[in-house]
Ligand binder design. Structure first.
Ligand code: NAD
Length: 281
């Protein structure tokens, strides 16, 4: 069994982003800029945004966080995004999800200029991903693809079971895998017999938010298991969606939680923002 070290790979990506930022500054006088909209006081969202701001600072980006109360109206959020759309110093716009219940998330995401959509959630970029065209891709599944590449894991013809089918994790993950010529099965809460799908898979990619959902008897010998889940359990520790202790010995490769996919998400956000800055008009 080999551990896929997301922390180490994330650092490697961040170092190469830093170098490119320096070059961009010297050659074109461009400093990549990221705007983050943080609405409400969800502690997890605040923690994620803080980590993102810190990572931006480390690689030499300009970043601003718009901190708004959860009483804010949809129109006010839209006006802020429009301001960021026309701000020449801002290359990437990120709206931290989830949004308060009175806000229509899809409507908000549609307001972001697709060229600044570094989270890859805009329908324009989702459409480009599905059709296999260049665009911005959601950071978490993009980070998983980076892991496959780094560890020379060939996807062509592999049976991959994606567990979880959200717009931000499972669906873009499935599209990326399909574009890489894998045979993809997408499972979700309404799947009748999850084990019958996971136990046949060469690769399992799970992102559902259920601690230890993937158990030993659901994984075939030698499988590759990628755990996207982040769950805080009663004792305060973070665990994934895989019963790591019992599953890992069966795997050829597995990601830990923490230190697996999580750090890759931030690295890919930086990489996407750099890409947007390089395309600045
Ligand atoms: P979500 O609630 O939007 O979607 C969950 C998906 O899992 C749905 O498709 C649902 O049908 C499916 N699901 C739920 N219970 C299931 C079950 N028992 N069996 C099979 N499928 C089931 O969640 P999300 O935003 O996609 O996040 C999923 C997990 O990934 C969470 O733990 C979240 O914290 C984590 N996450 C991690 C990162 C990261 O950077 N590592 C990024 C985003 C999300």
């Amino acid at each position: 069994m080999q551990l896929i070290d997301g922390k180490k790979l994330s650092q490697k990506v961040q170092e190469s982003v830093s170098i490119e930022v320096e070059e961009l500054k010297v050659e074109k006088n461009i400093v990549p800029g990221l705007a983050v909209l943080l609405i409400g006081d969800d502690p997890a969202s605040h923690a994620y945004v803080k980590m993102k701001a810190k990572a931006c600072e480390k690689v030499g980006f300009y970043s601003i966080t718009h901190n708004m109360p959860d009483t804010i109206s949809q129109d006010e959020i839209i006006a802020t995004i429009e301001m960021m759309n026309s701000n020449p110093r801002i290359d990437g716009i990120l709206v931290q999800l989830p949004l308060p219940k009175h806000i229509d998330t899809e409507k908000i995401l549609e307001v972001i200029n697709p060229e600044k959509d570094v989270d890859g959630f805009h329908a324009y970029n989702v459409g480009r991903l599905v059709t296999g065209l260049e665009g911005f891709v959601a950071c978490t599944p993009l980070g998983v693809m980076k892991m496959f590449k780094e560890y020379n894991i060939d996807l062509e013809g592999k049976d991959v079971c994606v567990v979880g089918a959200s717009n931000i994790v499972g669906k873009p993950m499935a599209s990326l895998l399909l574009n890489a010529n894998a045979t993809v099965t997408v499972t979700h809460i309404f799947t009748k017999d999850l084990k019958s799908h996971t136990s046949k898979a060469d690769i399992i990619v799970v992102g559902v938010g259920v601690p230890k959902l993937i158990k030993e008897d659901m994984v075939k010998e030698g499988a590759i298991v990628i755990d996207i889940g982040i769950n805080r359990i009663e004792d305060g520790s973070l665990v994934g969606d895989v019963d790591f202790e019992n599953v890992s010995s069966k795997c050829s490769f597995i990601t830990p939680v923490p230190g697996g996919v999580g750090p890759m998400t931030i690295a890919m956000l930086l990489s996407n923002t750099l890409k947007a800055a390089k395309g600045r008009k």
